[in-house]
Design a protein around this ligand. Structure first.
Ligand SMILES: NC(=O)c1ccc[n+]([C@@H]2O[C@H](COP(=O)([O-])OP(=O)(O)OC[C@H]3O[C@@H](n4cnc5c(N)ncnc54)[C@H](O)[C@@H]3O)[C@@H](O)[C@H]2O)c1
Ligand SMILES: O=c1ccn([C@@H]2O[C@H](COP(=O)(O)OP(=O)(O)O[C@H]3O[C@H](CO)[C@@H](O)[C@H](O)[C@H]3O)[C@@H](O)[C@H]2O)c(=O)[nH]1
Length: 444
């Protein structure tokens, strides 16, 4: 089949590359000429493991190309996938201006029947809105579908080739047949439904996963006070198949380009029909506060942070990505600066993106993990990159002015950290400095 993919962010690029690898002819379009130039030069504008190799392979096979010309890409295609951004507006609602513009661009480029399918995460009813926009700008026939995307950054290729399910929202049987044919090589678990339900499946999935994270983070906060171990609690819960073990890792809260914006958007979607989504509002509130546990633990260990040297390991919102959108590190570092601390920061790949967002004279950007920790009063691990887990803890402690380690992702064995003479704070685990003695006293 011949595809035009509009938008070369994570979703557009990865799904475009995936479909070309399956033997389809794909043109990935972006209206940012800089991105297209980078891709045409053979470089990749995002860090995503395995993506460059797959792009090179499919470009060489003549199945994949890049363009900023929506018109010629659409003209050459049977199916158009919309994969442009839907970021948050200040009130939390999804900003639909990119998708509206893309729909108009595609409509004006139609030269015959096309399927126009939305992969972007859009509020319920948006595909009907897209249908209206397209019909206002063309006389050619077309069919609309919603194909929400569930890939995760950092494992986007693996997720795309091995999806748990494909959701196809479309009521036109011929269009459905074509889309089933396109997705059949990926999985047999293809759910077909109406467009509004498909749109809601995406928001409900992200909101549920975010709920699991906030839930386990609150359990962790209680574990800290009662001397239980949240990692064992999550393990014990996860064996119950009704609960499942994934997304029960306590930490500093979720970040990234999706959970924060999609939870806010679903609260707005509900609000627009006079429904107060109380549970999800609490999920968001818990998440916003969880990252500040890092600051609270630093203050417990050091008192005032004024003039203290604080090392930060990890700036990306999760490992294996250079994406810093809504990364907890942003607010943590901004708060440290506000409190008068001197910050040294390091991330294996996300520093350049982070500098564009947060730059301040009291931040020293470092090139490696040990240099960052050297002479610091405390070290905070915010992203669980594997290189941090492999570090020699004894050497690390010897380099620091004070051996205080705040582990925001529970990556270290508390016993080993103690053996290396660290004062260790993790999230919801015993053997850390954060066990409440008052609970033990109260129970005795
Ligand atoms: N990032 C993820 O992991 C992920 C996963 C699942 C779903 N989603 C959803 O997919 C959508 C895209 O997310 P993303 O992170 O890939 O976005 P992104 O912001 O990284 O990229 C979007 C791209 O679209 C381009 N664009 C905007 N308007 C255009 C137009 N009219 N014509 C051509 N190109 C245009 C932009 O220049 C940009 O390169 C969002 O709705 C998001 O919620 C994202
Ligand atoms: O047990 C967990 C799992 C995740 N996280 C955090 O949650 C955030 C999101 O992680 P993850 O879901 O792995 O990455 P994303 O790339 O944001 O993917 C989510 O958002 C995408 C965009 O909508 C969806 O497509 C994916 O299915 C959904 O997992 C990150 O900050 C993680 O650190 C935790 O704190 N604990």
């Amino acid at each position: 089949m011949k595809l035009a993919v509009i938008g070369t962010g994570y979703v557009g690029l990865v799904s475009g590359v995936c479909f070309s690898d399956l033997g389809n002819q794909v043109i990935c379009v972006d209206n940012n000429p800089l991105k297209v130039e980078i891709l045409e030069r053979g470089e990749v504008p995002i860090y995503e493991p395995g993506l460059k190799e797959l792009i090179d392979k499919n470009k060489a096979a003549g199945r994949l190309s890049f363009s900023y010309d929506t018109k010629s890409a659409v003209e050459a295609s049977d199916i158009v996938l919309l994969a442009v951004g839907t970021p948050s507006l200040p009130n939390g609602e999804a900003n639909l201006s990119y998708i509206e513009q893309a729909a108009k661009d595609v409509a004006e480029a139609l030269n015959g029947f096309k399927i126009i399918a939305t992969k972007s995460t859009v509020p319920v009813g948006t595909n009907e809105h897209i249908e209206r926009i397209v019909s206002e700008h063309t006389n050619f026939p077309f069919s609309i579908a919603s194909i929400p995307e569930f890939l995760r950054e950092g494992s986007a290729i693996q997720d795309t080739f091995n999806p748990d399910r494909i959701v196809l929202g479309c009521l036109d049987q011929e269009t459905l047949n074509t889309l089933i044919e396109l997705h059949k090589p990926l999985t047999s678990n293809i759910i077909t439904t109406d467009i509004r339900s498909a749109e809601m499946i995406k928001y409900a999935s992200n909101a549920f996963l975010a709920t699991k994270i906030s839930f386990i983070n609150e359990i962790a906060n209680i574990c800290e006070k009662v001397g239980a171990d949240v990692t064992r609690v999550a393990e014990g819960m996860g064996y119950d198949q009704r609960i499942g073990s994934s997304f029960l890792q306590a930490g500093i809260g979720y970040g990234g380009s999706c959970f924060p914006k999609d939870t806010e958007a679903l609260i707005q979607i509900a609000g627009n029909v006079d429904y107060e989504f109380k549970l999800l509002k609490s999920v968001v509130e818990v998440n916003k506060d969880q990252r500040f546990n890092i600051i609270r633990k630093l203050q417990e260990a050091l008192g005032s942070l004024q003039g203290k040297n604080i090392a930060i390991w990890g700036l990306a919102f999760k490992p294996e990505t250079d994406d810093i959108r809504d990364a907890p590190a942003i607010e943590i570092i901004e708060e440290l600066i506000k409190l008068g601390a001197n910050v040294k920061a390091y991330d294996p790949v996300a520093t350049a993106n982070f500098k564009l967002k947060v730059n301040h004279s009291s931040i020293k950007w470092c090139d490696n993990a040990l240099e960052t920790a050297s002479q610091s009063d405390a070290l905070c691990l915010l992203t669980e990159w594997s290189e941090f887990t492999r570090i020699d803890l004894v050497q690390l402690a010897s380099l620091m002015a004070r051996p205080i380690l705040i582990d925001g992702r529970n990556v270290y064995d508390p016993i080993k950290v103690k053996e290396a003479s660290f004062i260790y704070y993790s999230v919801g685990r015993p053997h850390s400095a954060n066990i409440s003695d008052s609970y033990a006293e109260a129970m005795s």
